[in-house]
Design a protein around this ligand. Structure first.
Ligand code: ADP
Ligand code: MG
Length: 463
């Protein structure tokens, strides 16, 4: 293709065209204003596009959500598929540049020994996704330990290791972490990370271009295969067939496989029985939603990762951790957004600003269970008055029902700790947190209380 090199003077104009094309692809103007507008094009050539963004958060965010639109738009305007590089304006030198591989595989990489030519392997592992950055809490202790064990001894005890969890709970993170860890301790090991979607696309490409042998060689000659989101294969019979043979070849050679999915093997629809049983022969483990403490730790960890050491007030962090409960990706997204808005608007990050951002993330389920109902049911069950529960008295006879009510409101509504505290005569959120912990541990050790609380839950849920 004869493409003229782009002249520097044309950069601004061309970039304007790219932006217009991206804008047409994005769902909201706000996404565009927040993430695309601040980009400064440094180089805009048919082979290489270098873009400067305000900080490393942008690199991640664009990488995760807007890269496809950006690539398509660049292809549209430049007529080529250039390599895209991001430079963060404010960041530690080591993290200053993220290289991204070209959009489409021109050729599936040939199956040759990786020594001396690791680029195609490296390009798949996101440098940020390491064990060191993975926050471990009750919800993921076991999965994390299993991944570490596999990384220490690939092909050893757990093969395959199958991890399932809902979206945004760290599956991809753990796969990349295993990849980095193995590559560091065994530099010659052939580690390959691939999404099931990409596996499928490569297979189709290979069939269309008479390269199935190369495709098979590539996948059957790795030491560690990290395959993400296997549920993508649901209903795709020929890909499942191919994967089945890859799986057997690797297992027979005692090569490690780690597989992730959004569900347990048996619950993935239209997944062949023989694959399900292969997966079940290894170790199957899940990850749950992180608890408040873990969510808070994840936010703090993210703040530390930023080289500038973004300082967000503790109450803002707690607010975010408290509201966004079931998806770490949203948790991060919200933090990034709060931070980006603060820096774009040159505003201090306050509770009201954070509240505003949170509205985009939390769909309130209004009146899913009105707190008043919980208060009155609890009061009735314990034979106390609602006003007393919400009042200031601290006697033991009123303290327990009050704590149970706090616990139940916490469990059954979307109210935040701060809001619950307000319901109970302006008590501090830490009091609410303590109440929830106390009731949990009482329930664990005291059957009478457990019965009472569980009875309340079922009465309330059936009403
Ligand atoms: P999944 O693949 O399960 O959908 P990801 O692994 O992509 O989720 O995680 C979504 C985001 O949340 C990533 O940026 C990841 O780094 C982050 N994340 C998830 N769990 C954790 C955790 N326990 N500690 C730190 N970051 C996490
Ligand atoms: Mg994932």
């Amino acid at each position: 293709m004869a493409v003229q090199p782009v002249l520097p003077e044309a950069t601004t104009q061309l970039w304007g065209q790219v932006l217009t094309a991206v804008q047409n692809r994005l769902e909201t103007q706000q996404a565009f204003d927040t993430w695309l507008k601040p980009i400064v094009p440094l180089t805009l050539s048919p082979q290489l596009v270098e873009l400067e963004v305000p900080n490393t958060f942008f690199v991640d965010w664009i990488h995760q959500y807007h890269l496809r639109s950006l690539r398509q738009s660049l292809a549209e305007v430049l007529g080529t598929e250039p390599e895209i590089r991001f430079t963060a304006r404010e960041s530690a030198p080591a993290a200053a540049e993220t290289r991204l591989p070209p959009a489409t595989p021109r050729e599936p990489a040939p199956a040759k020994p990786p020594r001396g030519d690791r680029a195609w392997l490296d390009s798949r592992l996101n440098p940020r996704l390491r064990f060191e950055n993975f926050v471990v809490g009750g919800s993921n202790t076991f999965a994390n330990a299993a991944c570490r064990a596999v990384a220490d001894r690939p092909g050893g005890a757990y093969n395959p290791l199958f991890i399932f969890a809902g979206p945004g709970l760290g599956k991809t993170h753990l796969l990349h972490a295993i990849g980095h860890s193995v590559r560091e301790s065994r530099p010659t090991a052939r580690v390959y990370y691939v999404s099931a979607e990409r596996f499928t696309n490569e297979m189709i490409y290979a069939i269309q271009h008479a390269q199935t042998l190369a495709f098979r060689n590539k996948y059957r000659n790795v030491d560690v295969l990290l395959i993400d989101d296997i549920q993508f294969l649901a209903g795709k019979e020929s890909t499942q067939e191919e994967f089945f043979h890859t799986f057997n070849a690797l297992r027979d050679a005692h090569k490690q496989m780690v597989v992730t999915a959004d569900k347990a093997p048996k619950d993935i629809p239209m997944l062949e029985e023989r694959l399900v049983s292969r997966f079940n022969q290894g170790l199957v483990t899940d990850m749950k939603q992180p608890d408040l403490e873990t969510r808070l730790a994840i936010l703090k960890n993210l703040c530390e990762q930023d080289s500038e050491g973004v300082k967000l007030p503790d109450d803002v962090l707690l607010l975010i951790a408290d509201r966004i409960r079931n998806n770490v990706r949203d948790l991060e997204g919200c933090l990034v957004r709060v931070f980006a808005l603060g820096s774009l608007l040159h505003q201090e990050i306050t509770m009201p600003l954070a509240e505003e951002v949170l509205q985009h993330y939390v769909n309130p389920e209004p009146d899913r269970m009105a707190p008043e109902r919980i208060l009155s049911a609890t009061a009735e069950r314990f034979g106390v008055r609602i006003e007393a529960m919400c009042g200031q008295r601290r006697t033991q006879s009123i303290a327990l029902p009050r704590q149970v009510a706090m616990y139940l409101i916490r469990q059954l509504t979307d109210l935040s700790l701060v809001e619950i505290g307000r319901l109970f005569g302006g008590r501090d959120h830490t009091t609410v947190m303590y109440a929830c912990e106390r009731v949990s541990s009482l329930m664990a050790g005291d059957l009478v209380i457990a019965d009472k609380v569980n009875g309340l839950v079922s009465t309330l849920s059936s009403g």
